[in-house]
Design a protein around this ligand. Structure first.
Ligand code: 0X9
Ligand code: ZN
Length: 422
């Protein structure tokens, strides 16, 4: 009898999940900016996030009293938020009245662009297939410079596809590893990374050429292909992997799953939370297999840079402690200079500092693991544009400006790094 119930239960869950396989809509969901004014209200927000309650999709994490938190709220959650506002424990502002509208604006642009067949550009966001096809076509165009690389395999059996760019055999021990889109919904990340790759191949600018040709480069624009695909087909707000850890909620946060001080700070044990660390370190196939690949090239690496959004921050390890470990002074100094060159182009302001102090405690991230395991000299995590006006739904006309300013800062990072070796 018990067995029959179990079977029926799973059939029921299957039917429910199939009916949910359609694209999730965010009609009349509001983007709120909520600022806790007391420790109590901060704790309440943290509790909401940790439990991963359905009506609240945290775009940023509650960290401090006085620091605003971006929360996407379903209509069923408005009453609770309004109650918070009335209680005077929190400042509550509505940033967008209808988040579906922002999503629609984003995809209408993308349809226009994909209509121009085979023309990969940076005026719209691209799907996983478009990005992978573009990478493969680049390798065909530049066979002497580029090779495809498999960075790992995912739960849904996709390949983490990357390319290695090498202008000279002499650069082998001067390799830079670029990772983007470990978080599925951060679509500006692969857009910026592919833009930089294209510049490294085609630019006539002397500083860009110098940079491109002085290092070997691994480009991995989509580290979490299962999640990225899902964010296009089903849920624009998806962040995690797609491993079914619980019958209620899928996925673990692949940036909380690396085996370095795993689970120590800023993670959740609840599978429904967006910061779910997974049942064990390296539980996520994509994380485990990517780690194996990184390990195989680790001794050649001088830099590991990870692209995320949003918040306009240049983050240094570590996320599990506020202690300044390894070569903090050097990377902090280079970071400040990089942020300054970035600002010079359009005035975009970045904050520089450790993950722990600057954004929030968060252990088990890729940059922490790389830095902690291999002491790679340069390790940064970018949180690209913006500061919350559009958040993950950054209008596509900001792709090129974001990429250009980021590339400026990149040039500074490596120029300063070279100087520091003298
Ligand atoms: O929570 C995270 O993993 C990162 N923030 S995000 O909003 N993109 O989710 C912060 C941790 C490290 N950040 C980077 N490596 N850029
Ligand atoms: Zn992220």
């Amino acid at each position: 009898m018990g067995k029959l119930f179990t079977v029926l239960y799973y059939v029921f869950i299957l039917v429910i999940s199939l009916s949910l396989a359609e694209k999730i809509r965010y009609d009349n969901h509001k983007l709120y900016s909520v600022t806790p004014k007391h420790l109590e209200s901060l704790k309440f927000l943290r509790h909401l996030e940790e439990e991963g309650w359905q009506n609240y999709n945290f775009w940023t994490s509650p960290t401090r009293v006085g620091t605003p938190v971006s929360i996407l709220v379903a209509p069923e959650g408005f009453a609770e938020i309004e109650k918070m506002a009335a209680s005077s424990n929190m400042d509550v502002k509505i940033v967008h009245q209808n988040v579906q509208q922002l999503i629609d604006d984003e995809s209408s642009r993308s349809t226009v662009s994909t209509a121009r067949s085979g023309n990969f550009g940076w005026d719209s966001y691209h799907t996983l297939d478009e990005i992978n096809s573009w990478l493969i076509s680049l390798v065909e165009t530049y066979p002497n410079l580029l090779t495809t690389v498999e960075g790992g395999k995912t739960y849904e059996n996709r390949t983490i596809l990357g390319v290695k760019l090498s202008y000279s055999n002499a650069n082998a021990n001067n390799t830079v590893f670029l990772e983007a889109t470990i978080h599925a919904r951060e679509w500006i990340a692969p857009a910026v990374q592919t833009y930089i790759l294209n510049e490294f191949l085609t630019s006539n600018n002397a500083s860009v050429r110098q940079l491109a040709e002085s290092y070997d480069w691994y480009f991995f624009p989509i580290f979490n292909p299962d999640g990225y695909e899902y964010s296009h087909t089903t849920d624009r707000m998806w962040r995690k992997t797609r491993v079914p850890h619980s019958i209620l909620c899928a996925g673990a946060d692949p940036n909380r799953n690396w085996n370095y001080h795993w689970g120590v700070a800023g993670t959740s044990a609840s599978p429904c939370s967006d910061a779910y660390r997974g049942p064990a370190a390296f539980s996520e196939p994509l994380v485990r297999s990517a780690a194996e690949f990184i390990e195989s090239v680790a001794e050649k690496l001088v830099a590991y840079i990870s692209f995320h959004s949003f918040g306009q921050m240049l983050l240094l390890p570590y996320g599990h402690t506020s202690e300044h470990l390894d070569n903090y002074d050097l990377v902090y100094d280079i970071g400040l200079k990089a942020a300054e060159t970035l600002r010079q182009r359009y005035g975009t302001e970045y904050v520089v500092g450790t993950i722990y102090d600057t954004i929030y405690p968060a252990s088990g991230s890729s940059v922490d693991w790389v830095k902690g395991m291999f002491k790679t000299p340069i390790a940064y995590g970018y949180e690209l544009r913006d500061r919350g006006e559009f958040g993950f739904l950054l209008p596509a006309d900001q792709i090129v400006p974001t990429a250009l300013e980021t590339l400026d800062s990149f040039i500074t990072i490596f120029e300063e790094y070279e100087k520091s070796k003298d």
